[in-house]
Design a binder for this molecule. Structure first.
Ligand SMILES: Cc1ncc(COP(=O)(O)O)c(C=O)c1O
Length: 457
């Protein structure tokens, strides 16, 4: 059969609330045109993020009841620890409440003034945690990743030439580790090839610099390697994932993505001293080392999710259903980042709204227009998130790409929900000339996209 179906049936449902155009106009004004400020009840289809929004399986919910809530030595922790060790081969598994808590602990220890951390592309929380430690976060994506309309298999790759230059110039004294984000969320969820992971690892070893993965979407990345990289067609997803991790010295993980849970994360490392320091910080900021910031039932559901996410039928459906959305939008002429990524479709807001310059935030304007048209919540990944105004010269530096991310929660929406999204965005595209830019009227000092307020121009 050619039709790829959801490899699950639905046991429990959650009603959606419909709002009128007039209601949504008022909701947007109240929210300061920031979709993070909107009450979830006022959203019909929520594509803000794929993080923590997965539907758990009956097996995971069963695990929630069985979760061991012991303060110390919870058997659910040991189950998670064993699952992660089997998958990654790392020696020390340090549970945290989510990915950024793992990042905070890692960069508090190895970051600091004068240090530089290269990454294919930092996710916003990773960048913030590097920078808050005093270190500099440097993105080294491959040049083709900046061309939204070019279709290539592994646009998430690290730019090895640029990395080699940087490592050669600054060395292990300045560079405490190199990170590779798989898949590359800030670069349209594009995958990284095994060849690139291996080569990045080799470069790091040559310079004596540790190599870490930001492994939030390791299973989706492994699936892309299976279907796109010669030599892996017959390898199981688990073995591909194991090989990916085998090249690294550690990883940070947000279980809210490929852990298929609503809360959870971990830091995994091989280095004993780094692990000791991390656990010392963990006790202060997260909790005892056998629970981190998590309840026993979270640890249990996380362990089960990490097994389920490796099922090939699930990954086939996951990647295919995301590309279904991308292909339909492309057919209607809507400019998207090509090819579709693993967890989301990214609209190319610059091409969608060429009349709105970067400093008027085309991505934010588009995200608001889509909400207004159909109650669909999306996320700007452009100059609101990554643009900067120089405090001295007042000069505005736009983000390299202006995108709106339609992140697909795992196992949550059906094909008819996605058909509605396709229709709605198609209509917004027809009326795109009427959309105007945005002005920021309030912004906090860091991670401004979460709380900034806007007015339409
Ligand atoms: C690539 C990447 N790294 C790190 C994080 C942070 O994870 P968390 O939201 O669990 O703190 C995210 C979250 O979206 C992410 O996409």
């Amino acid at each position: 059969m050619k039709t790829i179906i959801e490899p699950f049936k639905i046991k429990s449902v959650e009603p959606l609330r419909f709002t009128s155009f007039r209601e949504r106009e008022a909701i947007l004004i109240n929210a300061g045109y920031n979709l993070f400020n909107i009450h979830a009840d006022d959203v019909l289809i929520d594509l803000l993020t794929d993080s923590g929004t997965s539907a758990m399986s009956a097996n995971q919910w069963g695990g929630m009841i069985e979760g061991d809530e012991a303060y110390a030595g919870s058997k659910s922790f040991y189950r998670l620890e064993q699952t992660v060790k089997d998958l990654t081969g790392f020696h020390h598994i340090i549970p945290t409440h989510q990915g950024r808590a793992a990042e905070k602990i890692l960069f508090s220890i190895i970051g600091g003034e004068g240090k530089i951390v290269p990454n294919n592309t930092h996710f916003d929380t990773t960048r913030a945690n590097v920078e808050i430690s005093g270190a500099q976060a440097v993105d080294l994506p491959v040049p083709v990743s900046l061309k939204p309309d070019v279709k290539e298999d592994f646009k998430g790759n690290m730019n090895l030439k640029a990395l080699n230059n940087l490592l050669g110039k600054k060395g292990p004294q300045r560079i405490p580790l190199v990170m590779l984000t798989v898949t590359n969320n800030s670069n349209a969820g594009q995958p990284v090839s095994m060849q690139n992971i291996r080569a990045t690892s080799e470069l790091c070893r040559n310079y004596g610099i540790p190599f870490f993965l930001d492994a939030c979407r390791f299973a989706e990345n492994a699936y892309f390697i299976k279907i796109r990289e010669p030599g892996y067609e017959k390898t199981s997803i688990r073995d591909i994932a194991r090989e990916m991790f085998s090249y690294a010295d550690g990883c940070t993980m947000s279980g809210k993505k490929d852990g298929l849970v609503n809360m959870g994360g971990f830091l995994a490392v091989n280095d004993d001293e780094l692990a000791r320091n991390a656990r010392n910080l963990l006790v202060v900021t997260e909790g005892f080392p056998t629970y981190g910031g998590l309840a026993g039932h979270d640890l249990e559901a996380f362990a089960r999710g990490l097994d389920e996410v490796l099922e090939e039928d699930y990954l086939k459906y996951r990647v295919r259903s995301v590309s279904y959305l991308g292909e339909a939008l492309d057919k209607s002429g809507v400019p998207i980042y090509q090819p579709p990524g693993g967890h989301a479709i990214y609209l190319d807001a610059k091409a969608f709204l060429p009349h709105i310059p970067g400093h008027e935030y085309p991505g934010q304007a588009l995200a608001c227009a889509i909400y207004l048209a159909g109650g669909i919540r999306t996320c700007e990944i452009g100059s609101v998130m990554f643009g900067k105004t120089d405090p001295h010269s007042g000069e505005f530096k736009a983000a390299r790409l202006e995108m709106v991310r339609l992140a697909i929660p795992r196992r949550v929406y059906t094909q008819s929900h996605i058909d509605y999204v396709i229709e709605c965005i198609g209509e917004v595209f027809q009326k795109r000339e009427k959309i105007t830019g945005m002005r920021i009227v309030y912004e906090p000092p860091v991670l401004r996209h979460f709380t900034a307020r806007f007015n339409p121009i």
